[in-house]
Design a protein around this ligand. Sequence first.
Ligand code: PNS
Length: 166
Amino acid sequence: MRKVSSGGITAIYPGSFDPITNGHLDVIKRCCNLFEKVIVAVLLNAAKTPLFSTAERVRMLREATGHLKNVSVETFEGLLVDYARRKRARVIVRGIRAVSDYEYELQMALMNRRLDDSIETVFMMPAESYSYLSSRLVKEVFLLGGSVNGLVPPTVETALAKKIKR
Ligand code: PNS
């Protein structure tokens, strides 16, 4: 795809990524064509109990995005807008799959705007073939013996097989 001029904009794509799915990857690839730098930022959140440790999630993200030259993977804690300011990022990217995502995403986007009006949230739609896909469903299907082939990068399939004995 032809790259449009991004005016040197750095975008942050934040999330839990427990684990990364092909829907996330699709959004990341679309971001690469729009922004000069894309930082995939994994939230360090002690309140949630993820299946994969932060290190495992970062490793899988790095493996899945290693071929994308303007993508880096980091972790963050605290307020997202503070992190975005430290990184000089003017854009926060969030993927929206269906109308059901919208209410939660709108709330977050408007709260982030209230906290820092200079940072814009940009909603991106993954390919429609991933519109039903979520990390939660991937874990559930795998746990119950279903195939997640084609829904997650190969590194995630391998990691799921190691983590979940079925
Ligand atoms: O993948 P997720 O779990 O839907 O991602 C949620 C995330 C990480 C984007 C959100 O929880 C977040 O930004 N947390 C950081 C704390 C913060 O800034 N909270 C106020 C935002 S409204």
